[in-house]
Ligand binder design. Structure first.
Ligand code: GLN
Length: 400
């Protein structure tokens, strides 16, 4: 027992408004109540045994000491080739690509490497919950604009639009960084090539950088294509591109991803990275470097997840939940406000708690993607699950 006579000093919190991330909170609640966890985004099916064998082989081959700070050459080269083939931009693997401990670390490190106290950073809400605290820790000021929900005559959301007028107003000489996210978590909205052109118009001639979070890059459905920042030479010259092997290869627990950026930006990124994580575990880098050689492993992902999306959407149509569009990512948002039960009036966080504890299906309130919760009666499900998991969840949701 700690003695009262030796109290821990009181000190000001660096993140006074931050609690535990909603993904952790909802996963814990799901596990406590044995609910089916469609909250936090992760697959419930195994990754490819071939990938595990390749990591295993790397361990047995004694690749178990520190790798180079930026990551092993073979993996950086593989990433450079993949980006070149898919998006037509040639990053130099030596100076422009760094392996990170997942997308979230890449985002935090990128922000810490370029945002100084007093700088402004523009984000588009709803936004992944790590952006704002990362900006806070850098001493930056978050300027949030909101995605525009486009509605049909019945008032149902049929798509999302980028808030160009608000973006134009938000950007000024203090804007150090603009964070974009395509495919978007939680709405699945994707940027088109013309959107990148418009963004380029907004930042041309300024010193504003871009951070493009593209961790769901290979999950774009219905014949649409991912418009990577790397496919836009003018923007690529001022952008950090973030991606994640966890999402692409069903290994979210391995916490491994990468950041690509022009050499001058990457030089600053690595200054922070080396004192943050220093480097990322070696055998997984060797395994991934080999696995990456086969493009089928990521090119088949869109069809794989589109089938899951369609299956889940078909089942949801037999519930009182209203489907929002799900054009990309592994998330499906639904509106619960038309349910014929008192819970339809709950706020999103309370509804998710109720759904988890009473119906047995965990979801994420979309309000958690806003600094000041915006209540639109929308929650997010993750459909990166085996068919039997989705079926069991649908059976429970059909009781709504
Ligand atoms: N990106 C994942 C999601 O949106 C969660 C990542 C995490 O829990 N840190 O569900």
């Amino acid at each position: 027992m700690r003695q009262k006579s030796h109290p821990t000093p009181v000190f000001p919190s660096r993140l006074p408004d931050v609690g535990t991330t909603v993904f952790t909170v909802m996963s814990a609640l799901a596990s406590k109540h044995q609910a089916i966890n469609l909250g936090q985004g992760f697959p419930d099916f195994p990754c490819d045994r071939e990938l595990i064998s390749q990591v295993n082989a790397a361990m047995l081959a004694d690749h178990n000491q520190y790798p180079p700070m930026a990551g092993i050459t073979e993996l950086r080269q593989g990433i450079a080739q993949k980006i070149s083939a898919l998006y037509g931009h040639d990053y130099d693997p030596d100076t422009e690509i760094t392996i990170t401990a997942g997308g979230t670390q890449g985002i935090m490190t990128a922000i810490l490497s370029c945002v100084s106290p007093g700088d402004e950073v523009v984000i588009i809400e709803p936004a992944y919950d790590s952006y704002r605290p990362s900006i806070d820790l850098a001493g930056g000021k978050t300027v949030a604009v909101s995605l525009i929900a486009k509605r049909d005559d019945q008032g149902d959301v049929h798509s999302y639009g980028l808030p160009w007028d608000d973006l134009a107003k938000a950007i000024n000489p203090k804007t150090r960084l603009i964070i974009i996210n395509t495919p978007h978590n939680p709405t699945g909205m994707i940027w088109e090539k013309t959107d990148l052109d418009r963004l380029a118009n907004l930042v041309r001639g300024s010193d504003t950088l871009i951070l493009s979070d593209e961790v769901y890059e290979h999950m774009v459905f219905d014949g649409q294509h991912h418009a990577s920042i790397a496919s836009h030479p003018e923007l690529a010259a001022r952008s950090f591109l973030i991606s994640s092997f966890g999402k692409t290869y069903h290994v979210t627990g391995w916490k491994i991803g990468f950041v690509a950026a022009p050499a001058r930006m990457m030089q600053e990124f690595r200054k922070v990275h080396q004192f943050n994580v220093f480097t990322v575990n070696t055998p997984m880098q060797y395994g991934l470097a080999q696995y990456l050689q086969n493009p089928d492993h990521y090119l088949g992902l869109a069809a794989f997840y589109q089938a899951k999306r369609d299956y889940f959407r078909d089942g949801l149509k037999q519930t009182g939940l209203k489907l929002l569009p799900a054009p990309a990512s592994y998330f499906q948002c639904v509106n619960y406000t038309k349910l014929d039960r008192p819970q339809a009036k709950m706020n999103e966080a309370d509804f998710c708690t109720w759904l988890t504890t009473e119906i047995g299906v965990a979801a994420i309130p979309v309000s958690a993607f806003y600094a000041k919760p915006v209540e639109s009666g929308v929650i997010r499900f993750c459909f990166a699950k085996q068919e039997q998991t989705l079926l069991a969840a649908l059976q429970r949701l059909q009781t709504l």
